[in-house]
Design a binder for this molecule. Sequence first.
Ligand SMILES: C=C(C[SeH])C(=O)N1CCC[C@H]1C(=O)O
Ligand SMILES: [Zn+2]
Length: 599
Amino acid sequence: AKTYTEEDAKQYLNKLNAELLQHSNMAAIAEWAYASNITDETLQNKLKVAADTARFQKEAWKETVKYPWTTYKDPNVRRQFKKLSVLGAAALPEDKYEKLDKIVSDMQNVYSTAKICDFKNREKCDLNLEPELTLLLAKSRDPEELKHVWAEFRKEAGDKVRKQFVQYVELTNEAARLNNFSDASEEWVKDYESAEFRNQIQELWLQLRPLYEQIHAYVRRRLNEQYGDAVVKKDGLIPAHLLGNMWSQTWGNVYDISTPYPGKQPVDATSAMVEKGFDAIKMFKMSEEFFTSLNLSAMPDTFWQRSILKKPEGRSLICHASAWDFYDGEDFRIKQCTQVTMEQLLVAHHEMGHVQYFLQYKNQPASYRDGANPGFHEAVGDTIALSVSTPKHLRKVGLLPADSKDDPQSELNYLYNMGLEKIAFLPFGYLMDLWRWDVFKGKTSPDNYNCEWWRLRQEYQGIEAPVDRSEDNFDPGSKYHTIASVPYIRYFVSYVIQFQFHAALCEKAGQFDPKDPERMPLHQCDIYQSKEAGNLFGKMLSLGSSKPWPEAMEIVTGQRKMDASGLMAYFRPLLKWLEEENKKTGEKIGWDASAPRHG
Ligand SMILES: C=C(C[SeH])C(=O)N1CCC[C@H]1C(=O)O
Ligand SMILES: [Zn+2]
């Protein structure tokens, strides 16, 4: 019989690694072909290649688990076997695997091709989420038009996939149990490698909730001024359609109707980008240049040849922005239906952060080609974008008027605008998987999917639906990650740790001193062209998932915990101002959890 010594195991890992990369490359090519051009044949090809890959993974797994890897001495060998011993969805019988893959593909198709009729011109019925509905929700100040867009999209997207989603939950849980998890929620948090992870997240939310309640109270007051009591009550829940975003997850698009100090220098570079003739390529070239200024990697030629950076005409595709690793060390791509706006410039940096991570760990073995944990992968680009967003940096690159200066009121406006992106997001980033964890555990059953969703939206975000909701609706399914089976707590983690990374890199760049934060405020820091900061970041990025994430965290920040210190330091001046302002206007902070439901 074959022996399974540690030496044998190392040989086995080398052989298996090459095969895994080869299959991952083929699977990525087939997935890209479908996501960038949705047709019956690209779907069939994707399902076939995925089934072949699953068959290979299952065969490999049967061999992998024969190795007594927990007895091996080399922690690196043990760690690779630990990761390779979780087979994932490929553990399902082949017919069920294909059924699950088809369901998720079809749900993405429904979501990505959903179209509605225009509010004003009911004959025009070809409005897509990107770019038309996104633009309407950002720019319209007509509550009735906003309500129409909000409700009609949900009819065409989430409501249409409710039945498939129920089957998706059953199959995903079946796969998790075949991997010895009690349900899919346990498998979804495994990469955080801590039994305390969900408690840590809850602790962070309790620490950050006061900050959220302050900005919520201020925005509610400004929306009440804008739209009146009949549309927005002064002390209740904020109707979801007024917040400038299809999911009310970031509120940057209501900055211009809630500016603390109007008439000061702009904080948004969109008009300058349009004026200077920016296009998608220029936005991504600008992002690449920031990374190379840090002594991090440029994009390989194939990136510019094969990425899709503008929405192609005349075909269906998944527009939701994504970054792709093709696991051959050369082929890395982004697919983004880019619009020329500041918000999209930041999304471009977000996606380029993913590709930078791919590039930094491209020599790691297959099982280590991931973020230290999924939150790390989401935090790379956003960390850089915290520097890019500063008025100082935007002036330096000619995207804000050079003569503008950083007077206290302009600074507050800037911090408020950042708060509308980063603080407003926190409860949404948390509740997405609070809802799904309970669905996978069976605590939330199909007959109260939507009721539970709106209970969480009310409890955590203090928002409500602008029109009546029932179990005929399926609003969670109108969010991409729900129907694409992409976990979401990674973004909550990212929005916390990106400020820890920013504080540490700013310190390294000599732009922040935690012992004297007043001297150089963290929100003014721009690490542009700091090779010291870039080298420190690169040291962590190159590890991939080869070490437990606290070790990766320690490389950058000198300590091993995920904590709110960076975020609180960054927003301290804003919190102080919001508390004073809300006290001055006598705002009620928070909302009644049992406030009567709208409509
Ligand atoms: C841009 C991406 C691709 Se990973 C994304 O899905 N994000 C980035 C921020 C939160 C989340 C969302 O859009 O819901
Ligand atoms: Zn991302």
